[in-house]
Design a protein around this ligand. Structure first.
Ligand SMILES: Nc1ncnc2c1ncn2[C@@H]1O[C@H](COP(=O)(O)OP(=O)(O)OP(=O)(O)O)[C@@H](O)[C@H]1O
Length: 256
């Protein structure tokens, strides 16, 4: 794996207007083509950290400390795919618009590039041939469109903010596999925010665990899972529910 950092964050601190510190002294780096899972409980500062990387902090929140050095463009995949799409615009056109403005191609070439992206994301031909609106698509298909829009920016860093949380588990798995495949093909680095440790472990070679605005532990996925140093990480690991083993037939119970 290449070791050129595309993103370096040092002591990032984000503060609300009320002077409440929401993210404190967060530091990590991301190499080209690498995937980092940012995990932790709700409200621990994962999304705000991503938004700081994108340069799109919510109103009323400021960066009051630290530096973000980025050597590549970022694009973000948000949590709620339907909310990220314009309900009144056909989905192919929405992807083509991003291609048109970000890649500066002609209208015709932008549409062709958009269709190619939808193909890469495994969307059905019917969707590519006829113009469909977001309301006519499933949640999983909408999320693929949103990912296509992010990839249309040709990002060096893909920021994924719980992109599969709103989807059922089988669709979640398919989307994760698609993103993983595209990362191999296109070589972008990725930060994958999730509160689901199992999802992060499946997607990412490194993990950073956040609690109350701070990173309490980070390292390779294997070392964090096998030798967690922080009690909070240990607790997260312990709270992943194992699939129970089926009891033998006729035993009168379903699970052992
Ligand atoms: N626009 C905002 N104004 C004020 N406080 C905010 C704003 N957005 C987030 N916060 C606060 O900042 C903290 C971190 O929020 P953030 O959304 O980054 O958490 P998170 O770890 O991504 O949570 P989740 O997993 O639930 O999305 C929380 O305490 C949250 O209430």
């Amino acid at each position: 794996m290449a070791t050129t950092p595309v993103l370096e964050i040092e002591d990032l601190t984000l503060t609300a207007k009320t002077q409440e510190v929401l993210v404190k002294d967060v530091s990590f780096s991301l190499n080209q083509g690498e995937s980092l899972g940012l995990v932790g409980e709700s409200g621990s500062g994962k999304s705000l950290t991503l938004r700081a990387v994108l340069g799109l902090l919510p109103r009323g929140i400021e960066q009051t400390g630290g530096v973000i050095r980025s050597a590549a463009d970022s694009a973000m995949v948000f949590q709620d795919p339907r909310g990220a799409l314009d309900p009144l615009c056909p989905v192919v056109k929405q992807v083509a618009e991003v291609v048109y403005y970000r890649q500066r191609l002609s209208r015709k070439a932008s549409r062709a590039a958009a269709l190619e992206l939808l193909h890469m994301l495994g969307l059905p031909d019917s969707l590519r041939k006829t113009d469909r609106y977001p309301g006519q698509l499933s949640g999983g298909q909408c999320q693929r469109i949103v990912i296509a829009m992010a990839l249309a920016c040709k990002p060096g860093i893909l920021l994924c903010d719980e992109p599969t949380t709103a989807l059922d588990v089988t669709v979640q798995k398919q989307i994760m596999e698609t993103v993983g495949r595209l990362q191999q093909e296109l070589g972008f680095a990725m930060i994958f925010v999730t509160h689901n440790l199992a999802v992060a472990a499946a997607m990412c070679s490194r993990l950073a665990v956040m609690k109350k605005g701070e990173i309490v532990e980070q390292g390779s996925t294997l070392s964090v899972l096998q030798e967690p140093q922080n009690p909070y990480t240990q607790m997260l690991i312990n709270s992943v529910l194992p699939v129970p083993e089926l009891a033998p037939e006729g035993s009168g119970v379903l699970w052992t």
